[in-house]
Design a protein around this ligand. Structure first.
Ligand code: BYC
Ligand code: FE
Ligand code: FE
Length: 473
């Protein structure tokens, strides 16, 4: 299904036949653009960026590449193709036809889910807005901007749902999405990780790897929704999300490759003096970003999560491929709890343990990427493997909030934990050191000292292509 670019708002939802919605979105569009100009990539709004734009939502047409200025990116509303005769796959309404309108009894809950999802998208753009000035290469700069414009479009996707299906309160929520600010004291973004800072590119790659990966799992669960417009929107967003994860995973992979190369060449693990980032420092950043991203899955036991599922609004990861009754009224699920100073496993009703179920799928996916990074380390023979910290480490939401767990998974006292904190998480000196490496590299084909070049360029173009032109002076 191709996208109509003749209209002010590119779309494949026949916007021109719904005048009321068209007016609402046309009214929101200038506000979005002023948010983008105020909070989007600082200093690069007039640069020409080699960007990918979706021109249709099928496998072939959604990637068209050209140079454009980011404010001219064709933000719009693109839903994956409808699945004929789609039925609700889980919960109390299992087997009924999917909803094309908001089911009245679930309206508030559904709106909240959409707002929570929508809020993360502009938040990440705000968090990353100053990174352009310190890019390690034009290749990486272009990838950052690609991610940013697509997160902007994901905001559009959620705003479309709010304005098309929720009337006045939907419109108010759409405004509020442009008013909250990442890290603001009075009007912060909704979820914890989206109020953290992303001050340097090591943090950015970690964020794209670990936090965008929460996006993958949450979007996949919402793609199972019985509310069909939400399902279709999320299915298309997932195709874009794959690139964000690629940027994160290969970015960290390239940093590790560079570190290993320096370690081998200079026969030392103290690579800082050669402009590299030591594996110990990479481990600390990993510990931070993994743990704050685990919090994004919510509490281990959640009646909210049970309700989302029973009402048919949010499924499990790969719900339709699972071989069970898809109602879970009698099933149980293993969760971890802290009890008497120890971490124990405990069987709980599967319905209330759905957040943990999704977190488990996420952790398994993180393990997979870790194996690949560790292969690089092992093959170089240069250093020790990286590890994922225990799921209880450094948590602020759920069962382990307020419990002091070491990365190895042992509950310890607060004073003991604090005495090790600077070894486990980036400390002030670490952040300053990483900051000191953030010297911009903008000569085509050149890369900063702390990161290896990628094996290939974007869209079969050479690595030394000038992926961003007209840089600010
Ligand atoms: N920070 O019952 P619980 C992405 C709140 S990322 C702050 O366990 P529930 C992206 C919770 O709201 C994907 N507060 O929560 C990535 C609740 O508040 P109330 C984003 C938190 O509802 C990178 C209370 O604590 N999408 O797309 O079961 C770049 C009790 O919690 C946090 C979604 O998240 C937290 N971390 O689950 C760009 C999908 N966690 O009721 C984009 C939509 C929980 O006491 N959201 N709380 O006021 C959801 O499915 C659920 O809201 C959550 C929470 C899974 C987030
Ligand atoms: Fe997104
Ligand atoms: Fe993303």
């Amino acid at each position: 299904m191709s996208i109509n670019y003749d209209e002010r708002i590119p779309n494949n939802v026949s916007l021109s036949s719904d005048r009321r919605l068209q007016r609402a979105l046309e009214n929101w569009q200038p506000r979005f653009l002023s948010w983008w100009n105020e909070m989007g990539p600082a200093g690069f709004q007039t640069s020409d960026v080699y960007l990918r734009t979706a021109t249709s939502v099928d496998a072939k047409g959604w990637a068209t590449f050209d140079y454009l200025k980011m404010p001219d990116y064709r933000w719009g509303i693109f839903l994956a193709e409808p699945e004929p005769d789609r039925k609700i796959a889980f919960g109390e309404h299992k087997g009924e036809p999917v909803w094309q309108e908001v089911p009245g009894e679930h309206r508030g809950v559904l709106r909240r889910l959409i707002v929570t999802q929508g809020d993360t998208e502009p938040a990440s753009v705000e968090q990353q807005r100053h990174l352009g000035r310190t890019c390690p290469s034009l290749y990486d700069l272009r990838n950052l901007f690609q991610v940013n414009v697509e997160e902007g479009r994901h905001l559009w996707a959620m705003v479309y749902l709010l304005q098309a299906f929720f009337g006045r309160d939907g419109r108010e929520e759409a405004e509020a999405l442009l008013e909250r600010r990442s890290g603001s004291a009075d009007n912060p973004r909704i979820l914890g990780a989206f109020n953290e800072r992303t001050p340097d590119w090591l943090s950015f790659f970690m964020f794209a790897h670990f936090t965008d990966r929460d996006g993958k799992f949450q979007l996949a669960s919402l793609a199972e929704s019985g509310f069909d417009p939400l399902s279709r929107t999320c299915r298309f967003m997932l195709t874009e999300e794959a690139h964000h994860l690629f940027v994160g995973e290969t970015g960290i992979g390239r940093i590790i490759a560079r570190t290993c190369e320096l370690m081998k060449r200079h026969r030392t693990d103290r690579v800082a003096e050669y402009g590299g980032i030591g594996l110990d420092l990479i481990q600390k950043y990993l510990n931070f970003h993994f743990s704050v991203s685990l919090d994004l899955f919510g509490s281990e036991l959640s009646t909210n999560a049970a309700n989302y599922f029973s009402s048919g609004l949010k499924g499990r990861f790969k719900e339709t491929e699972r071989d069970d009754d898809h109602r879970l009224t009698d099933a149980s699920y293993r969760v971890f709890k802290s009890r008497d100073g120890k971490i124990v496993e405990s069987d709980q009703p599967a319905l209330t343990a759905l957040n943990e179920n999704l977190r488990d799928a996420y952790i398994a996916d993180c393990e997979r990427a870790l194996v690949r990074w560790n292969k690089t380390i092992e093959e170089s023979g240069a250093g020790l493997p990286l590890t994922l910290p225990h799921r209880g480490f450094h948590r602020a939401i759920g069962e382990f909030n307020g419990v002091f767990v070491s990365p190895a998974g042992k509950i310890i006292s607060e004073p003991e934990w604090r005495s090790h904190e600077h070894e486990w998480l980036p400390n002030q000196a670490d952040r300053e050191f990483v900051g000191s490496l953030m010297e911009p590299v903008t000569e085509p084909g050149k890369f900063a000292s702390w990161i290896a070049p990628p094996p290939r360029g974007i869209n079969h173009q050479p690595i030394e292509q000038d992926y961003v032109r007209n840089l600010p002076v």
